[in-house]
Design a binder for this molecule. Structure first.
Ligand SMILES: [Zn+2]
Length: 122
């Protein structure tokens, strides 16, 4: 299974953020009982973290960014085809590349495997 560690890390931080909400609500609503107070705390948490979780799991800002261009000449095999290049991913950033290298789908796949072996998280 592929794990995006940036998303995973944020998700773990987000779980910690639910802790103070639980603590504060349990403190102030102690008179209504621990069970009822926990229900209220989880309701508040749900109202907030639905949006936070949605961002964590769907944001393109946290995903690897690819640029796709039609009719490029692949830098590896010379074939003219639809080209792909990785712009940004985890610890990899080529967004300021003055001479971006595009690859055909096949060579792009090979290059991705190579990058993964070098520890680039895609
Ligand atoms: Zn190629």
């Amino acid at each position: 299974m592929h794990v995006n560690f940036k998303r995973y890390g944020l998700y773990l931080v987000r779980w910690q953020l639910s802790t103070p909400i639980l603590a504060v609500v349990l403190y102030y609503l102690a008179p209504i009982g621990a069970l009822a107070a926990t229900v209220v705390a989880n309701l508040i948490g749900g109202l907030i973290f639905f949006w936070v979780d949605r961002f964590i799991f769907t944001s393109q800002a946290l995903a690897a960014q690819w640029e796709v261009r039609e009719k490029i000449r692949c830098v590896d095999c010379g074939k003219v085809a639809r080209g792909y290049r990785l712009v940004r991913a985890g610890n990899y950033d080529r967004s300021e590349d003055a001479q971006p290298e595009f690859r055909c789908e096949e060579c792009s796949q090979k290059k991705s495997d190579e990058l993964k072996k070098r520890g680039i998280r895609l």
